[in-house]
Design a protein around this ligand. Structure first.
Ligand code: SAM
Length: 222
């Protein structure tokens, strides 16, 4: 049934949708818990899962700081995929009601994550970054992604961003927009900037049928 599912749908997942996610895989179990919470658009589940999975193949351990976190599902999945991360802190100017509902539903299935995902209402630029952190962000709009990169570079921490809403007025295209489309120029320039700052960088994509804003940038300070 999963194969026919529109993964980019903005329809909220409800209890009645659990049948789409049969089986005993971790994804199916997370998806069913999200359905139980009855608050998250389907697309957000797939974005968080596909991003977290790719991050964890390359980056393990350390505290997570999820910036422009919104519902914060990414943080919870990052802990479920790697128990050696003790805590995650979600940072956003506004905690949406979905955060508590999703977390409560996940904690019911996995009591071991209880108390390990915190939420701080505040601005990205004011976030406290612990030593050895992994800064992660899904769809921090426009310049917000650059602010996540600023924080990572200034603290020399690992970073993983899935950018969106590229604003060609405020984001740096690196002079590349004559050769490639503007949003790609912005992301290519972000990669160049990280490298210039002494980072090793890896570029990946999450599946396009989840979101066209699917470029994932991973960086390690060297
Ligand atoms: C497109 S949403 C992404 C939310 C979530 N990561 C997701 O994937 O659904 C962008 C988020 O950035 C937050 N935001 C906007 N400006 C911010 C700032 N200066 N500092 C922290 N968060 C901010 C908004 O409140 C919103 O939740």
């Amino acid at each position: 049934m999963m194969d026919n599912l529109d993964k980019s749908s903005r329809s909220v997942l409800f209890r009645g949708n659990t049948g789409h996610f049969g089986g005993d895989t971790l994804f199916a179990r997370v998806a069913r818990a999200v359905c139980e919470a009855e608050c998250l658009p389907r697309k957000e589940l797939f974005e968080a899962w596909e991003t977290a999975k790719r991050i964890r193949r390359k980056m393990r351990g350390g505290p997570i700081v999820e910036l422009a976190a919104g519902h914060g599902l990414l943080s919870a999945i990052l802990i479920l995929l790697d128990d050696s991360t003790e805590t995650a802190t979600c940072v956003d100017i506004q905690r949406p009601p979905s955060h508590e509902k999703i977390l409560a539903s996940l904690e019911k299935q996995w009591p071991r994550i209880k108390g390990r995902v915190r939420y701080v209402e505040g601005r990205i630029e004011e976030a406290k970054i612990p030593i050895g952190a992994l800064l992660a962000s899904v769809h921090a709009c426009g310049r917000l992604t650059d602010q996540v990169l600023d924080l990572a570079i200034n603290s020399r921490n690992r970073v993983a961003v899935l950018p969106c809403c590229h604003d060609l007025e405020t984001c740096d295209t690196g002079g590349l927009a004559g050769w490639m489309d503007g949003p790609l120029a912005v992301d290519a320039t972000r990669v160049a900037r990280l490298r210039e700052a002494g980072y090793r960088v890896q570029t990946l994509k999450i599946p396009e049928d989840v979101t066209p804003k699917n470029r994932l940038i991973l960086g390690w300070a060297e």
